[in-house]
Design a binder for this molecule. Structure first.
Ligand code: LLP
Length: 421
């Protein structure tokens, strides 16, 4: 559920007409709904209650500091994968004790900064990382709280590029080697074992893979405890999928996901952490774009819009589907027309949708890509020297630009010409 609905024939973001934002801020523009973000975060809170838990928002899905502040103020923790994300969480006022640090390639500089600034835990993904962390923590006279991310060799049955829990993936340590790695962690100075971490992939459309992975984590908890480790937290990662096609998909609900968690690990007396990104932010965002031209090809019509693959890369990168809706509600019964919806970038991959049925559209019309809140703005680039898309947050009848569009001068001036050239 989200808060982007037609009212009196025009698409609104909560109480604000989308066209009003487009007129003030220009297009393309990302628009986020505070009410949707809030609602989705609370669904996870409710799903995990009464277990002691912390819902850590995966910042990688949507990292604007205003959004992080909104979620942080609701009590969210944050899952970060770089010191850049860590600094964003801090800038949003989230305390270090609510920030978990994930990722396979944390550098020593990142470890140092997180230890100095305060961190809840590092989710360690390899022995070399564990040893580096031990050295960094010891050199600072600190103790690094850690979980080890285990790879349970479970098929998440999602797009290959975002499946992470199979043994051939680069993530975590094989669950079969966990005892060895935890024994090493227990021996190393500057390291304190606090729990276990697992994350098997993103956009999961079913619960069975979660259940398989969490069951393995439960077994491992008992085993590691028997080996003398104080396993008191379980970080179960993110990954719950969202519906990208309205009316057609019914991915599992957070409530049912919560039931799986309670059933598989609820009896262990651990504090539960989860790291959802997409389910909180995905359907909380639109990318609004204007039709520049309607071009008639030999056998199809192209809708050439002012957003491109650099602004929303998911369709070209993962063949992802995003529903497209016109900002002015089509009249009831109007004949739909198939369009290839494309951006202005000089490659065929810059295609958002093929033969998409839409009402007849003309240059100057606004359309919106739905479900664009997650992995939208954060994956944007300046390819073709196109400025990063601005972001707007709506709350009720208020809206504000929470990241402005850079000017062309700013973009060009970031480059410098060496004096010897
Ligand atoms: N925790 C870890 C360790 C992760 O690697 C991820 C996502 C998450 C949590 C959050 O997963 P979520 O709840 O959002 O599914 N760019 C891709 C998605 C990449 C996901 C990477 N890891 C896309 O646009 O589909």
């Amino acid at each position: 559920m989200d808060h982007f609905l037609y009212r009196n024939g025009v698409l609104h973001a909560e109480d604000v007409p989308v066209a009003e934002i487009a007129a003030q801020v220009g297009t393309p523009v990302y628009i986020y709904s505070a009410a949707t973000l809030t609602r989705h975060f609370r669904l996870f809170q409710e799903a995990l209650s009464p277990l002691p838990h912390l819902v850590c928002f995966a910042i990688k899905s949507l990292s604007n500091v205003a959004v992080l502040k909104l979620l942080g103020d609701l009590g969210a923790g944050m899952d970060v994968v770089s010191i850049g994300e860590y600094l964003r969480a801090k800038a949003a006022g989230v305390p270090g004790e609510r920030i978990v640090f994930s990722g396979v390639g944390k550098t020593r500089a990142e470890m140092r900064a997180a230890l100095e600034g305060g961190i809840r835990q590092f989710n360690v993904e390899s022995e070399p990382e564990l040893m580096a962390l031990s050295e960094v923590a010891t050199s600072l006279g600190k103790v690094a709280p850690i979980t080890v991310r285990v790879n349970p060799d479970v098929d998440a049955r999602t797009h290959a590029k975002i499946a992470t829990g199979k043994k051939e993936n680069k993530f975590g340590i094989p669950i079969s080697r966990a005892s060895e790695v935890y024994a090493l962690a227990a021996r190393l100075p500057g390291i304190e074992v606090v729990g276990i971490d697992v994350h098997i992939g993103s956009q999961l459309a079913e619960l069975a893979p979660f259940e398989a992975a969490f069951g393995k984590v439960a077994e491992l908890t008992q085993r590691l405890r028997a080996e003398g480790h104080d396993i008191r937290r379980l970080d179960l990662g993110g990954g719950l999928g969202i519906p990208y096609t309205r009316g057609n998909e019914a991915p599992p609900l957070p409530m049912h996901y919560g039931e799986i968690i309670k059933r598989s690990v609820g009896h262990l007396g651990c504090e539960i952490e989860i790291e959802p990104g997409r389910l909180i932010s995905g359907n909380a965002g639109l990318l609004v774009t204007e039709v520049i031209y309607v071009k008639s090809g030999e056998d199809r019509d192209f809708l050439i819009v002012d957003a491109a693959m650099n602004d929303l890369v998911r369709p070209s990168m993962y063949d992802a589907h995003h529903d497209i809706v016109p900002v002015v509600e089509p009249a009831a019964g109007v004949d739909q027309h198939p369009y290839d919806v494309v951006g202005p970038i000089c490659e065929t991959g810059d295609t958002f949708a093929r033969a998409r049925a839409l009402p007849p559209l003309a240059a100057g019309d606004l359309i919106a890509f739905r479900s664009a809140g997650a992995y939208g703005a954060v994956m944007a680039s300046e390819y073709n020297s196109r400025p990063l898309v601005p972001e707007v947050l709506v709350k009720g009848e208020h809206f504000a630009v929470i990241r402005s569009r850079p000017s062309y001068i700013e973009i060009v001036n970031r480059d410098s010409i060496p004096e010897w050239l």
